[in-house]
Design a protein around this ligand. Structure first.
Ligand SMILES: *Cc1c(COP(=O)(O)O)cnc(C)c1O
Length: 233
């Protein structure tokens, strides 16, 4: 099978899984967006995927984002940055990515806001939450999230559009689901607060192995790599 046929088949299979998860959760299919996590994929593969029914691309590495964008690989599909972002690379991503999902510290938020103001734009971001409380993972601790949201509210260079997380792999589906439920709880609590530039519109959680559980708990964006592109080299 050629690459386009294979990709077409995989996108359809992922869409079917998403539809089944939405049906089980009594949610409309249109309530969940499919983000194709395209790290390590070539510009040619990304360009093929851009013609298929995906809603957005998520790129992890600044260098890859810059190269694929310069090659026009993303076409008209919206592009989000979803990887770990170092402050010294912020200026390559602000304005280039329609949204930065992985803003998990005040330090990074300030750097993004500053660069956005320099470019005379308002950068949409999600706040990344370290929902598993892991030492090694980026993201703000749940207890610190309200403070980060308040900081964002004070910065004219950014607007918060939601939350994202990369939870640890739990032993069972039920345990995995508890992380997503905890995210939903944080999301609802922030949504109930009165902010002017902090909005809880999107909840980005769930990957190839666990997006059904994420949809059951209210994900509005699932980020899928392997199930669309096959195992990474
Ligand atoms: C790679 C990646 C994904 C997709 O992971 P798969 O398990 O391949 O679906 C999702 N989110 C982020 C942040 C990633 O880096």
């Amino acid at each position: 099978m050629d690459e386009l046929a294979l990709l077409t088949q995989r996108v359809a299979a992922v869409r079917e899984r998403m539809a089944a998860a939405c049906a089980a959760a009594h949610r409309p299919e249109s309530s969940v967006l499919l983000c194709a996590a395209s790290k390590t994929q070539t510009p040619a593969t990304v360009a093929l995927a851009a013609g298929l029914p995906i809603d957005l691309f998520g790129e992890n590495r600044v260098q890859e984002l810059v190269e694929k964008r310069a090659a026009g690989a993303y076409g008209q599909v919206p592009l989000h940055f979803i990887g770990h972002l170092q402050t010294n690379k912020v200026k390559q991503v602000v304005g280039a990515a329609g949204l930065i999902q992985s803003v998990g510290s005040g330090h990074l938020l300030l750097a993004v806001a500053k660069e956005a103001q320099k470019q005379n734009l308002v950068q949409p971001v999600f706040l990344e939450v370290n929902i598993g409380g892991e030492e090694s993972k980026s993201g703000v601790a749940p207890a610190e999230l309200p403070r980060l949201a308040e900081l964002a509210e004070s910065l004219p260079g950014v607007t918060v559009q939601g939350l994202m997380c990369i939870p640890p792999k739990a032993g069972t589906p039920a345990a995995q689901r508890r992380y997503f439920a905890a995210m939903r709880d944080l999301f609802d609590r922030l949504a109930a607060q009165r902010f002017s530039t902090v909005h809880m519109r999107q909840l980005s959680m769930g990957m190839s192995g666990d997006f059904e559980a994420a949809i059951a708990e209210g994900a509005t964006i699932v980020r899928v790599g392997t199930a669309l592109f096959g195992p990474r080299q």
